[in-house]
Design a protein. Structure first.
Length: 393
């Protein structure tokens, strides 16, 4: 009889460096953890590997000079606008330095009251109090300051992102609007920097008469002077490595997960599932910040992780069909309901309230919360019993 369900373990690893054999190191250290801490590895266990160590061992980096060269070639090197960047020292500041180096004049259009992932310049209450309509009202910096004042310090980081972003280049001018086409008042050369709405934003700009329009996933899609690159995501998912370069989102991830799965099968005789994960798909209810600044939760995973959960809502049966039962009789009846469930419960009342998301989004979020983003030293996560349920033996 089982007494526990899903478990998630952070697996302590060495500090990975460029050129390391990531597959062998993960396999060896996972087996070592299993032996020394007394847990077994099983079919359908899930091994999550953070995107950061995949990219680091690949050497997938780009300098500000390399980024600037690529942007200049694509957007002309004269006047340029960027719209909807997120407010982040880690995610965007170094890229903004590179963008300012790529042209003579750079207009930066910030959305308000917050960026795409929930970092606020001002509060929603301030917008209401000032009787501002964020869907129609646009501002240059003076107009924005006149309306909302100078208290734009981020409550968590203590940074004034307006002043900070201006300090990253002497050719930068800040404007404020949630209308993508507002930037065309200043320039017809635009790089839209939003993440999850980028395709729509790009289409709007193209239809409105922009001459050159690119998204972050169009930049650094090929090597520039020996740099790293990402063919699919470009600069999306990049973050700060040093003051002079960024780490790009990893490439060739499908080949990596398949190779690690085979190495673990050869070593254990068990078919574990493997995924690469980045940011989890969750939102902080206090600060209002949405964690997902990467383009996807998981850029690659093994075949067994495709799909969505197919779960019954146990409390629905406990409150309805099985409401007159209790104790062991209730437990056995519940197990029979689970064993008899349809293979696809989409639209079925018995599944309402379960989580209708991709398995990899749920698993990646669990991995992200388990590993953290600081000094835990666990860039690999082992999830067990995820595919079991109340009726499993």
């Amino acid at each position: 009889m089982r007494y526990t369900g899903v478990t998630s373990r952070g697996i302590i690893m060495p500090i990975f460096k460029e050129g390391d054999d990531l597959v062998s190191l993960i396999k060896d250290n996972l087996l070592l953890a299993s032996k020394n801490e007394g847990f077994t590895l099983n079919d359908r266990d899930v091994v999550g590997v953070t995107e950061a160590v995949v990219a680091r061992t690949q050497g997938n980096y780009a300098t500000v000079q390399q980024i600037a060269k690529d942007v200049k070639a694509k957007l002309g090197g004269e006047d340029m606008g960027i719209i909807f960047p997120i407010l982040s020292r880690n995610r965007f500041a170094i890229m903004l330095r590179a963008l300012s180096m790529s042209c003579k004049k750079l207009y930066v259009q910030l959305s308000y009251p917050s960026d795409e992932v929930g970092n606020h310049l001002i509060s929603v209450d301030e917008v209401d109090e000032k009787k501002v309509n964020p869907f129609t009202d646009d501002f240059d910096e003076k107009g924005f300051r006149d309306k909302f004042g100078y208290d734009t310090i981020h409550p968590f980081t203590g940074v004034d992102y307006i002043e900070y972003y201006k300090s990253l280049g002497d050719n930068i001018e800040i404007v404020f609007s949630n209308n993508p086409t507002y930037i065309l008042k200043y320039t017809k050369n635009v790089l839209n920097c939003d993440i999850h709405t980028r395709k729509r934003t790009k289409r709007i700009l193209q239809n409105a008469g922009a001459e050159r329009v690119f998204s972050l996933d169009d930049i650094m899609t090929a090597s520039v002077d020996g740099s790293g690159f990402n063919e699919k995501f470009g600069l999306l998912g990049a973050n700060k490595a040093t003051e002079e370069r960024v780490k790009l989102f990893p490439r060739d991830c499908k080949a990596f997960v398949d190779k690690l799965q085979k190495a673990l099968l050869d070593a254990t005789g068990k078919k574990l599932e493997v995924m690469v994960y980045g940011d989890g798909g969750f939102k902080d209810p206090v600060g209002g910040i949405w964690e997902l600044a990467d383009p996807v939760v998981s850029p690659a995973f093994t075949e067994g992780l495709k799909g969505t959960p197919n779960e019954l809502k146990m409390k629905y049966f406990a409150d309805n069909d099985l409401k007159d039962l209790s104790g062991q009789e209730l437990a056995e009846a519940m197990k029979e309901k689970i064993k008899a469930k349809d293979a696809n419960l989409v639209g079925d009342m018995t599944s309402q309230g379960t989580t209708p998301r991709q398995l990899t989004d749920l698993l990646g979020s669990l991995c992200d919360l388990t590993s953290g983003s600081g000094d835990r030293g666990t860039p690999v996560v082992l999830i067990q019993n995820y595919f079991t349920n109340y009726a499993s033996e």
